[in-house]
Design a protein around this ligand. Structure first.
Ligand code: SF4
Length: 196
């Protein structure tokens, strides 16, 4: 993981709870699609593009509704307000990086901490790929945010988080200590719509 950053997300608290994983392999059903917010310009369901490791960077913001990150915070608020919004999980630039002041659009990399930690970008791409692989996601099949986070809770415990998803990140040892309460809080927050 990286820069944008785990240190924003290290203070969450929540409660362990249980819930099943719904149909996440294929495209959403007509009924589910009807429940999703539409893009006013196209009248098609809106789809957020989120890179794999940002699913985990967003946990505290999803659980608490608070984030000081200028581009991650608004995306998290949008998801909290519309838990059925579709998410397409990708490797590389997403709806959080693209508007961020630190994103270099020509080189397609994050400039933040580039001098001090030159491996951060490559490690973030590795975490993106790991997240997609571990979750068994198909990028061409966006899934509703609430289902995605229940899937994460079902498939990624603290050990998987630290040893398979974010294993390449220099901050993983910090983040793993708050991972489980954070994923529980995020799932709970997405169980019903919240005001923006
Ligand atoms: S460009 Fe992307 S990875 Fe870099 S700080 Fe901004 S949101 Fe985080």
């Amino acid at each position: 993981m990286n820069f944008c950053r785990r240190r924003e997300f290290l203070n969450a608290a929540s409660v362990l709870a249980g819930a099943g994983v719904l149909g996440w392999f294929g495209p959403p059903s007509d009924q589910a699609a009807a429940a999703q917010p539409a893009n006013p310009a196209t009248s098609k369901p809106e789809v957020l593009t989120i890179r794999g490791h940002h699913l985990f960077d967003m946990l505290e913001a999803l659980g608490t509704g608070k984030s000081s990150h200028k581009t991650l915070g608004p995306v998290a608020q949008k998801i909290r307000a519309n838990p059925k919004i579709l998410i397409k999980v990708v490797v590389g630039v997403d709806d959080i990086c693209a508007p961020c002041e630190w994103w270099d659009h020509q080189k397609s990399l994050c400039k933040r901490n580039l001098d001090k930690y030159p491996q951060d970008n490559e490690n973030s791409l590795t975490s993106d790929r790991n997240a997609i692989r571990v979750l068994g996601l198909k990028p061409e099949h966006p899934i509703p945010a609430d289902e995605l986070y229940r899937l994460i809770r079902a498939k990624v415990d603290k050990k998987v988080f630290a040893e398979q998803v974010c294993v390449a990140c220099r901050l993983v040892h910090q983040c793993k200590e708050t991972y489980e309460p954070n994923i529980e809080a995020a799932v709970k927050a997405l169980s019903s719509p919240r005001p923006q």
